[in-house]
Design a protein around this ligand. Structure first.
Ligand SMILES: [Zn+2]
Length: 471
């Protein structure tokens, strides 16, 4: 079903022409960003993040945001975070402000040899541009730059829309100082709608609005059984080692079919599309013969149900292991929670499960870690409907509402800080993008469509506000 027309057809055509005539330039800008490997993690050169932020600031200054500046949030310890870029242009009376979000930091590239072409030397093959961060999330930065430019080239500089730009510098590190950013710069981030360009299409040719994100909680569970290590020959038998006890506790967290067995965690209602098992197995690289876990449609397992993983274990490494009974062992868990769950309650559910299922009366220590909230949109929000129209018009095919199993901390934080703001999560990724993986890439036709959709959405907003203001 195609949605109702939201803009005059000649305006749509003019904006499409403006995007198409500038795509080559946008590709070069994207390449210039990919060449700067800014990773916001310990062990990576923080100076590169500064270079990356400076480049982003320069691009927005050149795009008509002279106040574009570098800002940092203060973390819990008072230590400033990674450099972000902030810019704002005030709205004319009666016009809304749109916040445009992306992030300029990237995931580590991993071993360079694993890439077909070096990760920080962007190269084009088969209609795709390859490089670390080319999609996640430097394509998001280019979307905002290009969409604003196309919209303004058609509507003129006096369009009246307020525009706020926030390009984060530590998203891939879990946005540790986002709270500090909102505390210090919350006013600059005030907006009626926000476009969070850090997601993408359902598949190539089928655009999507990301309508739900899972939140996350993590933490560490430790079991202790002895006050010191023992000879396994002398004491083994009546005394079980801590690793065995911990393994039994870990096994209790899932049912036999692999679904999460923790009481008190909620599932959310399923969204439209499902995926084919064969495609999913191939994308995920599941080994032949390995069965998938859980119940229900694949998308419901990815978007609408909790998922619990154990991501690290502290115990004796095999290289130094002797024939002894280990006194203590720890595991780090990572729990994804769908919309409807409160992170604090989810953390408590894990703690209670661990307390109830620790066998042999072992001593249990539970250390809660970080958490982020899940996110969902209201389908009847007019901003959601207008976004679906802009996606369908740009792609020329029906759009879907989809979920994403991961988290975008900024979306959840913005929903908390500005409950009235409509948060629209889009982007230029597709299932072959391999964000975070080797050979990350963006499909250039998808990028063009994503830019056009954003430009159309902005123009629609301007057009309807203009009618309301009666200029
Ligand atoms: Zn991202």
């Amino acid at each position: 079903m195609m949605l109702q027309q939201q803009l005059p057809m000649d305006t749509v055509a003019a904006i499409a022409a403006a995007v198409d005539s500038t795509m080559a330039v946008h590709c070069e800008v994207l390449k210039s960003l990919v060449k700067i490997p800014g990773v916001a993690r310990p062990g990576f050169d923080p100076a590169l993040l500064e270079v990356s932020a400076a480049r982003v600031r320069e691009l927005f200054q050149a795009a008509g945001f002279p106040d574009a500046r570098i800002v940092r949030g203060l973390g819990g310890t008072g230590k400033p975070g990674a450099p972000a870029v902030l810019a704002r242009r005030a709205a004319a009376p009666g016009f809304p402000t749109v916040l445009l979000y992306a992030h300029h930091d990237v995931q580590p590239a991993g071993p360079s040899e694993a890439w077909t072409t070096p990760p920080f030397e962007p190269g084009e093959r088969d209609g795709r541009l390859f490089g670390r961060g080319v999609a996640d999330d430097k394509a998001g930065i280019v979307m905002h730059l290009a969409a604003v430019q196309a919209m303004e080239s058609v509507l003129g500089p006096g369009h009246g829309l307020g525009l706020s730009i926030f390009i984060e510098g530590e998203e891939e590190a879990g946005s540790p100082t986002l709270e500090g950013i909102f505390a210090e710069y919350g006013k600059d981030l005030q907006a009626e709608t926000a476009i969070v360009a850090d997601s993408g299409s359902w598949k190539i040719g089928t655009p999507a609005l990301t309508a739900s994100l899972r939140g996350m909680v993590d933490g560490i569970i430790t079991v202790r059984v002895l006050d010191h290590a023992l000879h396994s020959g002398t004491y083994g038998g009546p005394v079980l080692d801590a690793l065995t006890v911990l393994a039994r506790l870990m096994a209790s967290f899932h049912h036999d079919d692999g679904s999460v067995a923790v009481e008190g965690l909620l599932s959310s209602s399923a969204l439209g599309p499902d995926m084919e098992e064969g495609v999913f197995r191939k994308d995920a690289g599941v080994l032949a013969g390995v069965e998938l876990a859980g119940r229900g449609s694949l998308t419901s397992r990815l978007w609408n149900k909790p998922a619990l993983s154990f991501v690290g274990l502290d115990t004796e490494p095999i290289a130094t292991a002797g024939n002894i009974l280990l006194p203590e062992a720890s595991v780090k868990f990572s729990l994804r929670i769908p919309p409807g769950n409160d992170p604090g309650q989810a953390m408590e559910a894990i703690r209670q499960h661990a307390a109830k299922h620790t066998p042999f009366g072992a001593e249990l220590t539970f250390i809660p870690g970080s958490w982020s909230k899940p996110f969902t949109v209201a389908a009847d929000d007019p901003a959601v409907q207008a976004t679906l129209w802009s996606l369908e018009t740009a792609w020329g095919s029906s759009a879907v509402m989809m979920g994403v199993g991961g988290s975008i901390p900024f979306a959840a934080a913005l929903a908390e800080e500005q409950p009235g703001c409509s948060i629209l999560i889009t982007g230029a990724e597709d299932p072959d993008t391999r964000a975070h993986g080797t050979d990350e890439s963006v499909h250039l036709e998808e990028l063009r469509n994503a830019i056009l959709a954003e430009a159309l959405y902005l123009a629609h907003l301007q057009f309807t506000s203009d009618l309301a203001v009666g200029r």
